[in-house]
Ligand binder design. Sequence first.
Ligand SMILES: Nc1ncnc2c1ncn2[C@@H]1O[C@H](COP(=O)(O)OP(=O)(O)OP(=O)(O)O)[C@@H](O)[C@H]1O
Ligand SMILES: [Mg+2]
Length: 261
Amino acid sequence: MNDQYSVLGEAPNTSQLKSLASNQPHITIEGLNAGYGKMEILHEVNLYAQKGQSLCLIGPNGAGKSTILHSIYGFTNIFNGKISIEGKDVTNFSPAEKLKSVGVAYILQDNSVFPDMTVEENLLMGGYIKENVSESYEEAEKIFEKYDRLKQRRNQPAKVLSGGERRLLEISRALVMKPSVLLVDEPSIGLEPRYIDMVFEILGDLQKNENKTIVLVEQNAKKGLEFADIGYVLTSGKVVLAGKGDDLLADPNVGRLFLGG
Ligand SMILES: Nc1ncnc2c1ncn2[C@@H]1O[C@H](COP(=O)(O)OP(=O)(O)OP(=O)(O)O)[C@@H](O)[C@H]1O
Ligand SMILES: [Mg+2]
């Protein structure tokens, strides 16, 4: 561990981590060593999140935050350890298998919408994996009922959307598959402040009203920890601290290292 992070103290043990998830984890990661190619990025990572809970990963650039999301989704090489969701071992499932069997959605960022396709077509792309196309239409209709901003523009090309509306479309597209877990990497990146609040409101709504389990990475650690029930601090591929979001916000070392305080 880098010296500056040693002030964070001893790494949390698994029983502490489990209790943050009320000992009823929906997502469980145990002893995970994972990376890209032969390179190991994550070392002995444990993580637990309860159903309907939000967990925010914070830490310096290159710590492995996105790699945790990639591992849950199925984009990394897993050398050791286990990932389970709803009690099912999904360690070696492909992203498509995970989406179908336990409902894991990864919300892509940075302009992943197709600019020349309409808003509706973009939304329906979210259901590409569904065998029954009419279900995608039904889900898309529900999303339009919920988000009038998208409904008003359903037949317009996605390129006319504002940055915030585009992020809304990216999130909504993942919802077409009715996932139980949302993996969200830096939802606020590149957005104006008013849109950032909108995105967190939408995530909060999905968590509270639809009981989605959310694992997010947020560069804006203050926003992320204010939003999330629990936070994990990651440095050099290891979990070095974990706690309730509010407790981490109040921790002076976390403040100095990650909150610019
Ligand atoms: N596709 C990849 N192939 C090889 N190495 C990768 C790949 N993606 C990330 N890495 C490496 O893994 C390490 C962790 O990267 P990761 O993207 O998980 O960090 P992060 O904590 O999300 O950082 P940031 O805050 O900058 O997004 C880095 O050293 C990075 O270079
Ligand atoms: Mg990242």
